[in-house]
Design a protein around this ligand. Structure first.
Ligand code: ZN
Length: 261
């Protein structure tokens, strides 16, 4: 799920590594950008690791299955637009769904996949740091997107967790970010810092709306997201609720209005 901002958080990545393939699902929309990105990682002589099968769309899943033998299916998080196609893809390919404990990696023909716990968008969000022959990339799911910024999907998502996850990703300078939606970005570290700045700016806007007398989440959305398509307001409200939750925890005594949400 994404917000309305459409500028990329970092330079776009011009060329994917040869061992990485993108198959984009045909489910474009305001919350999915051009559609869900299904990433295939594969050494020339190996089977593929599929990251996020995407929606239950027979044509899409068949395109993924036709690309190569599949050794494993991994997931960045549990949202339907990433996971709905899992049972069908497993059926088409016979591949196991790999649900990694956080420290546990995968190595398929030299493609090494290491999960990095990055809660915030959702509680279960992970990124994957992937290495092959000296190249390193980061699969970022919905934690960092190719365009715009992600929604902190309150109450499952948590802004404090999200900021800590961005700090973790900010250390991954120089590695391309391959997101769950939108184009690949040149540098995960740059993108993570852009996201952090954006989040801090939004928090300031929410604080200002409270100071100006807003008393609940819908009212704050109407002020802070006034220039945004109203179709995105329900998603914006989730992020605002996550921000109110965050501010409530950090404020002593409580800020006026916060307890009204
Ligand atoms: Zn998501």
């Amino acid at each position: 799920m994404v917000s309305h901002v459409t500028t990329p958080a970092a330079e776009l990545l011009e060329t994917l590594p040869k061992w990485v393939t993108l198959v984009r699902a045909p489910n474009p929309g305001p919350m999915t950008l051009d559609g869900t990105n299904t990433w295939l990682l594969r050494a020339p002589d190996g089977a593929a690791i599929v990251v996020d099968p995407g929606p239950l769309d027979e044509g899409h899943l068949r395109a993924v299955a036709a690309h190569a033998p599949v050794a494993a299916i991994v997931l960045t998080h549990g949202h339907q637009d990433h996971t709905e196609g899992v049972p069908r893809l497993a059926e088409l390919t016979g591949a196991p769904v790999y649900r990694p404990p956080v420290r546990d990696g995968l190595d398929i023909a030299g493609v090494v996949v290491e999960p990095l716990s990055t809660p915030g968008h959702t509680k279960d969000s992970v990124c994957f740091v992937v290495r092959y022959r000296g190249q390193e990339i980061v699969l970022t799911g919905d934690t960092i997107l190719g365009r715009g910024t992600t929604v902190v999907a309150w109450p499952d998502g948590d802004l404090g967790d999200y900021l800590a996850s961005l700090a973790r990703l900010a250390a991954l300078d120089g590695r391309p970010a391959l997101p769950g939606h939108g184009p690949a970005l040149h540098d995960t570290g740059v993108a993570a810092r852009f996201y952090r700045t954006h989040r801090e700016a939004r928090l300031e806007q929410v604080r200002a709306a409270l100071a100006a007398g807003a008393t609940d989440a819908p009212e704050i959305v109407a002020r802070v997201y006034a220039d945004v398509d109203r179709g995105l307001w329900p998603a914006a409200e989730l992020s605002v609720r996550a921000q109110l939750d965050f501010l409530r925890r950090e404020s002593h005594p409580p800020i006026r209005g916060l307890d009204a949400t």
